[in-house]
Design a binder for this molecule. Structure first.
Ligand code: 5AD
Ligand code: SF4
Length: 459
């Protein structure tokens, strides 16, 4: 599914179109795309461009796409169509992200209004691709260079929000049979320890209070700590916890097989590591887990959860589920409901299986009908929603610390996150975005909590 670079090494003819000056990035899909979108913006700022307030104001629109399910891909093409303006003009259009990686030059052939196609490992070359596109020739770069983009990107600038993402690991070697990620994001790589500490420090110096470490398999991260020791993710977390000004650390997404005892212990030993774990299981049926090539069983997953709860009893557990994987029977699906009842989730994401071209599961027999998938998804979501309501209800009457992240819908209202990643609405005329305040939770809805401010903790 990886396409070689089409023409990045070809010298571009002299530019003919105007150089774009205002860009707009829309990121779809996972948080790694959000991170990539932010870094693209920072790089274009460093080139003298400015972020536009809306797509309509932009002369360069970047669609940072997701390939994980068919619907996400269809959305890209409908979005491209909508970028044409009433007077027939259009901005320069760049398709970035995983659809760019998977479909390469095919995108520009299918949607001729696309000027640039750039994969997730090549976006540090956007400035050159923009120059190339100005000459009127579609610029396609889906290279996966040995030297990663990170070294070529400018240092982090001041962040607009108190909570920031930091990609520490990319790619996946697990090859679950339904998943395109190993093809679109490539093999697992860990960014070097020292680079990550430096990027984290730059974020904190710019006012960031919470960092979420990102990776497709974030807990597979390893790195040399500069003292000759090979560290796992917990080693990085411990060093980041020493950064003064950084209050909270999170990480996502994890694979059960990389959930080491050291990382589990960090949930007990590192107060800045928040009590939240996103640990996808996908299915509760061992037969289906085997067909998915997950290389863990339902029992081994539950054993990990037990260990995590022993280390951090209040952990909020999150997960991902796929219903309707090829060959899934009613009994297999009921095993999924069972694992949900046993594991008890604070929140979760659940999806209908989507057949992805080029993956082994796409060729498996016994694909499940859309009607059965709909019905199973509904039953699974009813159970997960009930667990989420119960988890949120358990916070009522509790005192908790909230990191204020944004303005609420009401002018006097601020919205922040609890340690367990619940959204909390609160009114506090003395508080500002970026403050950590103590809140008593008064009521709980399915997706958020409402509380009253107790005190200002950090100015
Ligand atoms: N169909 C449906 N869901 C998928 N996911 C990954 N690939 C597919 C697919 N082909 C889900 C998994 C994964 C999450 C990011 O997306 O649950 O954990
Ligand atoms: Fe995809 Fe599996 Fe890798 Fe997650 S672990 S990115 S689901 S192949």
């Amino acid at each position: 599914m990886n396409h070689p670079t089409d023409n990045t090494n070809v010298p571009a003819p002299a530019p003919t179109g105007d150089a774009p000056s205002r860009y707009f990035v829309t990121s779809f899909g996972c948080q790694m795309n959000v991170y990539d979108g932010e870094r693209m913006g920072e790089m274009l700022n460093a080139q003298g461009m400015q972020a536009a307030a809306t797509r309509e104001d932009a002369d360069l629109v970047i669609l940072n796409t997701c390939h994980i399910r068919e619907k996400a891909v269809a959305r890209v093409y409908s979005d491209i169509g909508r970028l044409k303006r009433e007077d027939g003009s259009k901005p320069m259009i760049a398709v970035a992200g995983c659809v760019a990686q998977a479909e390469g030059g095919e995108i520009a052939r299918r949607a001729p209004s696309v000027d640039i196609v750039v994969g997730p490992q090549a976006y540090h070359r956007l400035p050159q691709l923009i120059e190339q596109a100005r000459s009127g020739k579609a610029a396609v770069d889906t290279d996966m260079p040995a030297v990663t983009k990170f070294g070529a990107l400018p240092a982090r600038s001041k962040q607009p929000r108190p909570s920031a993402f930091l990609t520490v690991q990319e790619g996946c070697d697990k090859f679950c049979t339904y998943c395109v990620v190993p093809y679109t994001r490539g093999a697992e790589i860990s960014r070097p320890f020292a680079d990550l500490v430096e990027e984290a420090r730059a974020l904190v110096d710019g006012g960031v209070k919470e960092i979420t470490l990102l990776g497709q398999n974030v807990n597979a991260w390893t790195g040399n700590d500069g003292k000759g020791r090979l560290q796992g993710l917990e080693g990085l977390i411990e060093v980041l916890a020493d950064l003064s000004g950084l209050e909270r650390i999170r990480y996502t997404t994890s694979h059960p097989n990389d959930m080491t005892d050291g990382l589990i212990a960090a949930h007990r030993d590192v107060p800045k590591l928040m009590p939240y774990l996103h640990l996808p299981v996908q299915s509760g049926s061992d037969r289906i887990l085997k067909a998915m090539n997950r290389s863990h069983s339902a029992a081994s997953y539950l054993a990990i959860i037990d260990k995590v709860r022993a280390a951090r009893p209040d952990i909020a557990l999150s997960g991902d589920f796929i219903v309707g994987f090829p060959g899934e029977t009613e009994a297999d699906f009921e095993a999924t409901l069972d694992i949900v009842r046993n594991a008890r989730y604070a929140q979760a994401y659940s999806f209908k299986y989507s057949s992805r071209p080029g993956t082994p599961a796409a060729d498996m027999e016994d694909q499940i009908s859309p009607e059965i998938m709909d019905e199973r998804l509904q039953r699974l979501q009813d159970l997960l929603n009930a667990q989420q309501r119960e988890f949120n209800q358990g916070s009522v009457g509790e005192r908790t610390r909230v990191l204020l992240e944004r303005q609420g819908r009401r002018a006097d209202q601020l919205v922040g996150k609890s340690p367990w990643l619940q959204s909390v609405h609160v009114v506090d005329p003395n508080a500002r975005i970026g403050d950590l305040i103590d809140v008593e939770i008064l009521s709980a809805g399915p997706n958020s909590l409402e509380g009253t401010s107790l005190s200002m903790v950090t100015a």
